[in-house]
Design a protein around this ligand. Structure first.
Ligand code: BTN
Length: 323
């Protein structure tokens, strides 16, 4: 695509001017066409300085994801074979679920700049302003139905590893799938599934990572418990780099997962901040207090209740008690 070639040339000139003639020669198109693509880049939000005797240079790049930038040299095998990038959508999970119901193949990724009806766990809303990552991945693992929750745990491990690799931050996982930094939530995962009696048709793994948004975009009660990668590192994060790392991390773990669904449990245990802590678990029709002991091979939380009884919990909201 000529527009991407022009963008790449401007980016690699590192703010020195490139003449229209040079851009035309290097891309093999006319100077008028170069000018048209420059205008189109400006419409995407790039600020491009044009000086008659010198040419063009990028002054400001928008914090906006572009599909060619995400895909360039991305060597994932399964996840991200097709990437749908949308400026706005009701919910990437809902959209991905529709595509999956229509037969979309495994590994398709839907990413949006913002969501108008983002879905959270337990029927909650996921407030989704611009500046973050909203991503849903369709997978079709041939595993027994009762092992499906492990997909979410695998996703959480992949996100925590991405945060470490891309930002150098040590994220913790709160069971089942909240990613925390400094005790505050930086990412949530929502897994939605279509299944027959004993067979998974497809799973949509939805990931919402708080990256560059202003925390005042959130209601006060949520803001207190929320953080962003930008707030934790003190600088704005390159979301393209982050998405690419996420897809790589997810791809590697998913291929291992297909081989052995329990293969990531040790990594999950190392990253988790839940086990060994006193917790209150709510949401499954009852509230349980006790000590989180471990997770079992199906990803359920093993609790020792205050009366000494042992309980496993498949779903719920965990509050970690201060000791
Ligand atoms: C949670 O409640 O912690 C889960 C939040 C999951 C949010 C993500 S954002 C991308 C995907 N699309 C949605 O509608 N939800 C998930």
């Amino acid at each position: 695509m000529y527009k991407d070639k022009i963008l790449n040339l401007l980016r690699s000139s590192h703010s020195t001017f490139l003449s229209g003639e040079e851009l035309a020669r290097k891309t093999g198109i006319s100077r008028t066409m170069v000018w048209k693509y420059i205008k189109s880049l400006e419409q995407e939000g790039f600020e491009i300085e044009a000086v008659p005797s010198q040419g063009y240079r990028i002054v400001v790049s928008p914090d906006r994801l572009r599909q060619p930038d995400i895909k360039k040299g991305l060597k994932t095998k399964r996840i991200g074979r097709e990437i749908i990038l949308l400026p706005e959508i009701h919910s990437t999970n809902a959209f991905a679920m529709e595509r999956a119901n229509e037969g979309a193949y495994e590994g398709i990724v839907v990413i949006a700049e913002l969501q108008t009806k983002g879905r959270g766990r337990l029927g909650r809303t996921w407030i989704s302003p611009p500046g973050n990552i909203y991503c849903s991945i369709v997978v079709r693992p041939q595993i027994p139905l009762h092992k499906a929750p492990l997909v979410t745990l695998m996703g959480a491990v992949a996100v925590a590893a991405t945060v470490k690799q891309a930002c150098g931050l040590n994220a913790g996982i709160k069971w089942p799938n909240d990613i925390l930094l400094s005790g505050k939530k930086v990412c949530g995962l929502l897994t939605e599934m279509s299944a027959e009696q004993d067979r998974i048709r497809h799973i949509v793994l939805g990931i919402g990572i708080n990256v560059n948004m202003h925390l005042d975009a959130l209601p006060a009660e949520v803001r207190m418990q929320t953080t962003t990668l930008a707030a934790e590192t003190g600088c704005s994060i390159d979301r393209t780099m982050l998405v690419r790392e996420l897809l790589r991390s997810m791809d590697a773990r998913y291929l291992d997962f297909l081989h052995d669904p329990a293969s990531m449990l040790d990594e999950w245990r190392k990253l988790n901040v839940t086990t060994g802590r006193r917790v209150v678990v709510s949401g499954a029709g009852e509230t349980l207090s006790g000590t989180a002991r471990d997770i079992d091979n199906e990803g359920r939380l093993v609790l020792m209740l205050d009366d000494g009884a042992r309980r496993t919990v498949a779903a719920g909201d965990v509050t970690i008690m201060k000791e």
